[in-house]
Design a binder for this molecule. Structure first.
Ligand SMILES: Cc1cc2nc3c(=O)[nH]c(=O)nc-3n(C[C@H](O)[C@H](O)[C@H](O)COP(=O)(O)OP(=O)(O)OC[C@H]3O[C@@H](n4cnc5c(N)ncnc54)[C@H](O)[C@@H]3O)c2cc1C
Length: 465
């Protein structure tokens, strides 16, 4: 390994591993400060867990297979970035009068308003507990205590299964304080939810088009990160890829999903400190998959003008279907001849089915829809499934506090290691309610880049237009 002086080392690039929004944001922040950057992306596209599919390959039916919503949009910087760039958003409700709940147990439609009242009552009661309580072993146990011995099917569904759909894991594996306002990770935001017309790809395009000097390399799967221990003054980080290439840099920012870190797909030499490794193992990483479908007619809408989401309560109650009509943002529009609907598929068994036999997963979703709408159901004209669990570049969907997660674990995950030469970013390294969301990934990328700038004594300067 070549030895370098501090000066020549600082002329070496910062290597960013991963071309999702956190990596792209880190690259832009460093670029703006005049620093050289090499971005290594393992797959053949940028965007990571943002992936908008052109379902019918007609440039008119864009559906998000990964991130889809901007939550609390008025305060969300993602909304403002897109708005400034002229991109439109539309409200796609999953709560309220335009949403329906079908119960397979009684083959009836439930009253949404009454069900949501119960949900609100339970929800508020659950958000009060202090985080140090050790009364319950999991959130599931806490819910069971609230629900009592004979809960209404829709209450059990809304309290437990709905969350399981959103998080992609069992409430029995979620930390009992996950919904507490004082716990690190709070999953109860969502006063407003909008989707982006034409999909989240607009954000990836916005961020990647803004890069000018960053060397972006696709199909570069990083397998090892090494920092020589016996080089006397200023060692370089060596980043090796699975095709045998080595990139040297002053520092490396790792932005791969937590699932990739959990799988140990990147070896660190010297290894990551035990505290970091423990945090990686203790934080949960759930799986949510999507089945997207195009239909000639939106047979599920009572009123054709009103897009509608629906839930289906499985029998026995389990995390099952959540169907969202995305025609308003997919490019087709409610009045157009084709309509797009996506189904959230989650829970280990179902996610495995998507990974192992996507056709069977689609069949299952369609058979459910046929049961719910026996008179109006029509077969789809196109379908597709996501592969977040089986993709080596994600190995799941997003992080959550598991029953094993300890206070401080999310902070540890984001801390630099190896004397500040290895930095970490990505949605799981974000803080508070941004954790696990696109805006959290953006914040974390910016923070890691600013840490690099601080270490080099640079101010963050924006180029004069
Ligand atoms: C189904 C689903 C629904 C979601 N819904 C929402 C939503 O509605 N709203 C919201 O805000 N967020 C949502 N999210 C979360 C959101 O997508 C993420 O928070 C965000 O995209 C994460 O960005 P990131 O840059 O941290 O990670 P990623 O986007 O995962 O980027 C990491 C990059 O690293 C690359 N990589 C992995 N391994 C290697 C390797 N060894 N070498 C090189 N490169 C590698 C990957 O290919 C990827 O491009 C959803 C996610 C999923 C999966």
């Amino acid at each position: 390994m070549t030895q370098t002086s501090n000066n020549s080392r600082e002329q070496r690039p910062t290597i960013i591993v991963g071309g999702g929004v956190s990596g792209l944001t880190a690259a832009k922040t460093l670029e703006d400060a005049g620093m050289p950057v090499v971005l290594l992306e393992g797959s053949d596209r940028l965007g990571g867990r943002i992936h908008t599919l052109d379902l019918e390959e007609d440039d008119a039916s864009w559906i998000d297979m990964g991130a889809g919503w901007i939550l609390d949009h008025r305060t969300n910087p993602v909304f403002h970035m897109l708005k400034d760039a002229g991109t439109e958003v539309r409200s796609v409700p999953v709560v309220g009068p335009r949403v329906r709940i079908y119960d397979h147990g009684s083959a009836t439609w439930k009253q949404w308003t009454a069900a949501m009242k119960a949900y609100g009552k339970f929800g508020w009661a659950l958000m009060r507990p202090q985080p140090i309580s050790s009364e319950f072993s999991s959130l599931g146990e806490r819910f069971d205590e609230r629900l009592g011995n004979q809960p209404k099917r829709e209450d059990a569904y809304l309290l437990k299964s709905f969350l399981e759909i959103l998080i992609g894991s069992s409430v029995d594996d979620m930390h009992q304080n996950m919904l507490s306002e004082v716990w690190e990770h709070v999953e109860h935001k969502g006063t407003s939810m909008v989707m982006i017309t034409g999909g989240y790809r607009h954000l990836v395009e916005l961020l990647s088009n803004a890069l000018s000097t960053t060397e972006v390399m696709l199909n570069q799967t990083v397998s090892q990160v090494s920092i020589p221990q016996n080089s006397s003054t200023a060692p370089l980080v060596a980043v090796e890829t699975s095709d045998g290439r080595t990139y040297q840099g002053a520092r490396v920012i790792i932005t791969v999903p937590l699932g990739v870190l959990k799988a140990g797909s990147i070896a660190f030499d010297p290894p990551l400190p035990p505290a970091k490794q423990d945090a990686i193992e203790r934080i949960g990483f759930g799986t949510v998959e999507k089945v997207v479908m195009t239909f000639e007619n939106a047979f599920w809408r009572r009123n054709r003008r009103k897009p509608m989401s629906l839930f289906s309560i499985a029998d026995p109650v389990a995390a099952d279907g959540m169907y969202v009509d995305v025609s308003a943002t997919s490019g087709s529009g409610p009045g157009a001849p084709t309509s797009h609907c996506l189904a959230y598929v989650c829970g280990n068994t179902k996610a495995e089915l998507v990974a192992e036999n996507p056709e069977a997963a689609v069949e299952q979703v369609l058979s459910d829809l046929q049961t719910i709408f026996p008179d109006t159901f029509e077969p789809p004209v196109a379908t597709a499934t996501s592969r977040w669990r089986s993709s080596p570049f994600s190995q799941g969907s997003y992080a959550y506090p598991s029953v094993h997660t300890e206070p401080g674990d999310f902070t540890k995950l984001g801390e630099p290691t190896h004397d500040g030469m290895v930095l970490f970013a990505g949605d799981a390294c974000a803080e508070g309610t941004a954790l696990g969301y696109v805006e959290g990934a953006i914040f974390s990328g910016e923070r890691a880049a600013k840490d690099v700038l601080a270490a080099t004594g640079r101010n963050i300067s924006r180029p004069v237009d």
